[in-house]
Design a protein around this ligand. Sequence first.
Ligand SMILES: *Cc1c(COP(=O)(O)O)cnc(C)c1O
Length: 488
Amino acid sequence: MTQIQSMNDPEMTKSRSSEFAAIPSVDRLLHDPGVIALVETYGHSATSDAVREVLADARSRMRSNEKVGPAQLHPDTLTQRISERLETAAAPSLRRVFNLTGTVLHTNLGRAPLPPEVIDAITEAALQPSNLEFNIEKGRRGDRDDHLESRICALTGAEAATVVNNNAAAVLLTLNSLALRKEVAVSRGELIEIGGSFRIPDIMARAGCRLHEVGTTNRTHLHDFANAMGKRMALIMKVHTSNYVVEGFTASVAERDLAALAHENDLPFVVDLGSGSLVDLSRWGLPHEPTPRETLASGADIVTFSGDKLLGGPQAGIIVGTKDLVAKIRRNPMKRAMRLGKLSIAALDAVLRLYDDPDRLPEKLPSLRWLVRSPTDIAAAAERLMPQLKAWVGDRGTVSLQSVESQIGSGAQPAGALPSTAIAIHPSGGKRGQGTRLRKLNELLRALPLPVIGRVENDALVLDLRCLDDEDAFVAQLAAESAGLDTP
Ligand SMILES: *Cc1c(COP(=O)(O)O)cnc(C)c1O
């Protein structure tokens, strides 16, 4: 009997309408003890919405001729489905994950995590009124920047500082404040794009400036800049080419020379440093990243950098430089649209205070701790975790230790790799369908209660253990799954 015939069969139609009648009413379900308990947790409005959705779902499945038996319409089953729906809807969108990508400051995974003393400062600022824009001593209006400026100046040697939401905003605001309707000279080798649509030429256009490209992609000389100087030129800009290296026959102009040329022409010299570490990373054996202090010392009038890259703090864009120029930037009405929120101010202030004791920074700042973590320590962690990963993978693949190189990330030092150890999972089976099986394994790791994010490299799933702090939680969820238990 075909389906069309069955639909026309009066007996069938009758039995279907009695099937529909078996669906309990919204009202009846709302009086079910299980659902009453859900109302306690999630409130009446969300719960009755979920009840309606679950019942509508049952009805629509019946309509599409799916078999919906009495067990599926039992109040306990329906309550279970209502509960799951409410739980999913109430879950936060932002979730903790394990960053095993090997990229420490991973923009897509939230960059720098914050230490407990910084969380305390955020909590304090969030819970209570504060002197965010109030001068307690004088009893009048204060400025947000007052909470950060002197500390940033002390750490960079700058005369003045101001802070905005991120470094992209810092660059946009600086250009708009100092070069509106005028030209900005930038080397062609520095017209960068940073992941997620930050492109110097686009920012320049939106800031209302005309980009004057100087030199060529691989080589730019001082005389190229000198030739570009003219009436409409507002400033010379240098962009730290943080996420790539141009190798081979290259030339770029030293900051000191660019600063001298800018100053000869009465123009400011602006440097977008990107990551900009506040301390010299080479003291911990890491590749040297230019610091704002060094850049200012070589003649920059304004330097911009991020708060959540090598600095290890919250998302922020920091602008340091001369008093006059910073004052001009601060006066720009756009500053108001980019100002930092109080939680970020509290966080940035707390992170900067950790810099009073630079020797202990790697203990305090999680991102720095991961960056300086020794290869032997990572290798030991990998050895410890092998059995658990083997058990979890089972016959889906083979598991092995692999020497890898981690990256700082967020554009810092693309060439400066950090030796590390990963657990690599090669999916079992032949070449055919290997890509699919690899994707499946990757999906399973992402589907864990605390999603595990690795990277795919040479037909293997690579889990770099550099940034794994909480081995217990990592192991617990693997063990729970291997045993076929419900994960906590
Ligand atoms: C990262 C970066 C930016 C953007 O900074 P955000 O803080 O992500 O807005 C701008 N310029 C350079 C050179 C960078 O490396």
